[in-house]
Design a protein around this ligand. Structure first.
Ligand SMILES: *Cc1c(COP(=O)(O)O)cnc(C)c1O
Length: 422
């Protein structure tokens, strides 16, 4: 039988594009640290008829009738989130991570209030107060930075700055920071200056629920996570908070910012949270870090400069401009030609702008979901170095792409079945 038969009949153009993307995801080594392979079960829930239903409001308090099933689904997702993260309140309706942060700010801040988050070029997210983002325009954002020597968080400096600017809220949690975050320290800083502590664990939630990184949610006032990164769920987000902020947060999402929740996503979040409680998920989370450390060691052996000197989590940020004479963008483009998919990224105190920065960001969640381990990390590290040293040699890059494909053929991808394509 044809794969995706209804789509083949209605819109073969889109069907073929989807199959092409499946092949790309199967044939390449995907190292973008925010990406992953959602399970077949998560995909089935996401692709379900739950997309048909409008459910504005919250379970048992909806504006439209016919919520017998959707209430049960959202209750399940909320209960699982509360249990898994050890929190008093969870809202599973945010459409994605950025709107989730927006909703939290909307709930607990007034326009013009002072917030502190890590500067974007140092690894913070746009929605943590960066100047071109709503968060930097609506609020008085005073970013903190990394220590220039260690390229790590300097809690003393953050406290000093917080004492000076008296923020209403401090954001901790990052998109390009390879080290463990000391959540307790942030709690102390916030208590000392009377700020709310907002944790954004989007990148590392899989590591937290897998028990390999500390969980900030029980001690944070508010927090968010995306559900599609290391957590390996559908594209979406959740807000976690203390009970005292619950009502304001729910109101900020609906009617403040959003209309009807995406029930198909809510169901898939519930599935992902169930998967995250299994022993297999714990093993996956542990292997993500083992793989990142193995890859980091290999890259260092090739003389590559890693920001902060290494990694404690799923992510590696490395410098290419100074150490290899190639911009981050050119490096990422050459790696893509060789079948290794990454993204260019600023390094702390980068003299170059975010669009053409000096580094590349990579991570191990997706390749770990495929079952790759330390032996494969060594091969990948060797290929990365070889690409950087031969980035203008098209024949060499094509050769590496063939080797990459051969390795990928030995590791199946959750949610993708090559047997469908024939
Ligand atoms: C990815 C990310 C977000 C935003 O998530 P989107 O779903 O892309 O809007 C917010 N905060 C952090 C720390 C992230 O890594």
């Amino acid at each position: 039988m044809t794969y995706l038969p209804a789509l083949q009949k209605t819109d073969p153009e889109v069907r073929d594009l989807i199959v092409s993307e499946e092949k790309r995801e199967a044939d390449k080594i995907r190292l973008i640290p925010s990406e992953n392979y959602a399970s077949q079960a998560v995909m089935e829930a996401t692709g379900s008829i739950l997309t048909n239903k409008y459910s504005e409001g919250y379970p048992h308090k909806r504006y439209y009738e016919g919520q017998q099933v959707t209430d049960a689904i959202e209750d399940l997702a909320i209960d699982r989130a509360k249990e898994l993260f050890g929190v008093e309140h969870a809202n599973v309706q945010p459409y994605s991570g950025s709107p989730a942060n927006m909703a939290v700010y909307h709930a607990v801040l007034e326009h013009g209030d002072t917030i502190m988050g890590l500067a974007l070029p140092h690894g913070g997210h746009l929605t943590h107060g960066w100047k071109v983002n709503f968060s930097g325009k609506t609020y008085n954002s005073v970013p903190y930075e990394l220590d220039p020597e260690t390229e790590m968080l300097d809690y003393g400096k953050i406290l000093e700055k917080a004492r000076e600017v008296k923020p209403k809220l401090i954001v901790a949690g990052y998109t390009a920071y390879p080290r463990i975050i000391d959540w307790e320290k942030f709690r102390e800083i916030c208590d000392e200056v009377g700020a709310l502590f907002h944790a954004d664990t989007s990148h590392i939630t899989g590591l937290i629920v897998g028990g390999v990184h500390p969980n900030p949610f029980p001690i944070a006032d508010t927090g968010i996570t995306t559900t599609h990164k290391s957590l390996r769920g559908p594209r979406g987000a959740m807000i976690m908070s203390k009970a005292e902020h619950a009502q304001k947060i729910d109101k900020a999402i609906m009617p403040g910012l959003q209309g009807g929740p995406h029930n198909h996503t809510t169901a898939a979040i519930a599935v992902a949270l169930k998967e995250a409680k299994t022993p297999e998920f714990k093993t996956y989370a542990e292997q993500i870090v083992k793989n990142a450390k193995a890859l980091a060691e290999n890259m260092k052996s090739h003389g590559l400069r890693l920001v902060s000197g290494g990694t404690d989590n799923h992510l590696i940020l490395f410098e290419t401009q100074q150490s290899k004479g190639i911009s981050g963008r050119d490096a990422a483009k050459a790696l893509d030609k060789a079948g290794i998919v990454t993204n260019c990224n600023t390094v702390p105190f980068d003299p170059n702008p975010p669009f053409n920065p000096s580094g590349v960001r990579i991570g191990t969640p997706a390749i770990t979901s495929r079952g790759m381990k330390e032996d494969e990390m060594k091969k990948i590290g060797d290929w990365i170095n070889s690409v950087l040293e031969n980035h203008e040699d098209e024949t060499k890059l094509t050769g590496i792409a063939e080797d990459v494909k051969a390795l990928c053929d030995d590791f199946s991808c959750p949610g993708i079945n090559p047997g469908n394509w024939s």
